[in-house]
Design a protein. Structure first.
Length: 201
């Protein structure tokens, strides 16, 4: 059974450091509360433990601090910036782009308006009522709902190109960063709202 503990979080952090990633001290309780208030959602318990143990520094490969090709890592001590960045990615790059360029639509949004601008407005008005997605790094996100340990990590590139990228947080880190940790394989869990609109459930 999946169980993400402080000890496991420390192993993930040690593994990241061994791969050359720079890791800053974890968030304290005040900083955690600020993140949750800003995103208007509780952090999944395992992701909260991870962030309390350490945070990957943006442009975190040691020696590559000015390399724009290094994947983006959230600045969790500036959550106001991160919530804007995350919502802009989901709303503009993912949904607005696919509706305008790929004729994308989903039944969760209701009947599609003929006008493209109105279609975008309707879709965004719906997804803005859904539980927050917390950025993990780059275009990887973990859903805030359900509030439990073991939520999957999603790779969200576009509405038509979103996949599970780890059935839980540990599997994600192990797979994406090649950490070589022991991982308990879990069955795919449905993701409320987002899993339906990305056709994952």
């Amino acid at each position: 059974m999946y169980n993400f503990t402080c000890e496991i979080a420390a192993k993930v952090i040690d593994g990241l450091k061994s791969k050359g990633y720079a890791v800053d001290p974890g968030l304290n309780n005040t900083e955690i509360s600020r993140v949750e208030e800003t995103f208007q959602a509780l952090l999944p318990p395992d992701f909260k433990i991870f962030l309390q143990t350490g945070v990957i520094r943006n442009h975190s490969r040691i020696g590559n601090s000015n390399n724009a090709s290094v994947p983006y890592y959230p600045d969790w001590r500036n959550p106001e910036q991160e919530v804007i960045r995350s919502r802009d990615w989901i709303e503009q790059h993912v949904f607005k782009f696919d509706i305008e360029k790929n004729n994308y639509w989903h039944k969760e949004f209701g009947e599609k308006p003929n006008d493209v601008e109105e279609a975008v407005h309707r879709a965004l008005s719906v997804i803005r009522t859904w539980p927050s997605l917390f950025p993990v790094h780059g275009h990887r996100f973990i859903p805030s709902s359900p509030h439990k340990t073991g939520n999957p990590v999603l790779s969200i590139w576009q509405a038509t190109d979103t996949v599970y990228y780890g059935m839980n947080l540990l599997e994600h880190f192990n797979m994406d960063f090649h950490l070589g940790l022991a991982v308990v394989k879990e069955a795919k869990e449905p993701v409320p709202f987002w899993g339906d609109v990305f056709d994952l459930n």
